[in-house]
Design a protein around this ligand. Structure first.
Ligand code: AMP
Length: 282
């Protein structure tokens, strides 16, 4: 399974990522953690990123894209991973798509944790107090002013990704303001629903592939060209809705395939009957 966790800083992405790691045995790839480690080790990447991170700004795309690309090539990422904190900009999202395509990998879901920004400011103040109470060192960006800047960066540069992934039919939005365990349950439900939807889409595509010339073209579109075309379509056409059509066609095919004894011998009323049924259902 390959997942992305979206959500502003402090939304609880790290907590949910750790839970999913434990549950599914995935690898958590947190670009923030990787960059902090690079800063600590004083690597060239760390030296480039250090000041920008301390100011709450995003580090350049090329830098973070290179880190992620190298990391997902490592053997421990083969069973799947959760990207936490990446992508954060449109160029990063496009680079990730290219990266995955080149490696023959597919994204299963993007979980978007929806939170209230004012609550985030309260949370960070609480986290700072707790970290101090434990006698631990604060992160350089554990600061309310820095958080405000990071929230602005999120709003400007990361929120367009919500639409981008909605159009790819992989977006799952979850309320991040409830109790941690309830957020976890909602994330699990969202992943399960996504898996069912993907399975039913696959089934529709393969069923379409066996229903004669016209439908087999449609089945092909659902898997290849359709994915590219989908990116151009408006947000109003989520994949789940589109899968209703092939299912409806299957019902229509069944109606038309009903044994002769149970249907009228006249061709035209039967045809309009099944059409009427489809209209009622939709
Ligand atoms: P995080 O721990 O994910 O909140 O990240 C901490 C800081 O690392 C951010 O404020 C950025 O300065 C930098 N950073 C982490 N991930 C990215 C990314 N995908 N793109 C650009 N900067 C990033």
């Amino acid at each position: 399974m390959r997942l992305i966790l979206l959500g502003p800083p402090g939304a609880g992405k790290g907590t949910q990522a750790q839970r999913l790691v434990a549950k599914h045995g995935l690898l958590q790839l947190s670009t923030g953690e990787m960059l902090r480690a690079a800063v600590k080790a004083g690597t060239p990447v760390g030296l480039r990123a250090k000041d920008m991170m301390a100011r709450g700004e995003l580090v350049p795309d090329d830098l973070v894209i290179a880190i992620v690309s190298a990391r997902i090539d490592e053997p421990d990422a083969r069973n799947g991973f959760i990207l936490d904190g990446f992508p954060r900009t449109m160029p990063q999202a496009r680079a990730l798509d290219r990266m995955l395509e080149e490696k023959g990998l597919k994204l299963d879901a993007v979980i978007d944790l929806k939170v209230d920004e004012n609550m985030l400011l309260e949370r960070i103040e609480k986290r700072i107090a707790e970290t101090r109470a434990r006698g631990e060192t604060l992160r350089p960006d554990d600061d309310a002013e820095v958080l405000r800047r990071r929230l602005l960066a999120y709003r400007d540069q990361t929120t367009p990704l919500v639409t981008y992934y909605r159009l790819q039919s992989v977006l799952r939005q979850v309320d991040g303001m409830v109790e941690v365990c309830d957020v976890g349950r909602a994330v699990d439900d969202a992943l399960e629903q996504g898996a069912h939807r993907q399975a039913s889409d696959k089934l529709s595509a393969s069923t379409g592939g066996h229903k004669g010339k016209k439908q087999s073209t449609k089945g092909g579109q659902a898997t290849k060209e359709g994915r590219a075309a989908k990116k151009q379509r408006p947000a109003k056409k989520p994949k789940g809705l589109r899968s209703v059509r092939p299912a409806a066609k299957t019902r229509a095919a069944k109606v038309q395939g009903t044994p002769r004894a149970t249907r009228s011998r006249k061709a035209s009323p039967r045809k309009s009957d099944s059409r009427r049924r489809l209209t009622k259902r939709s």
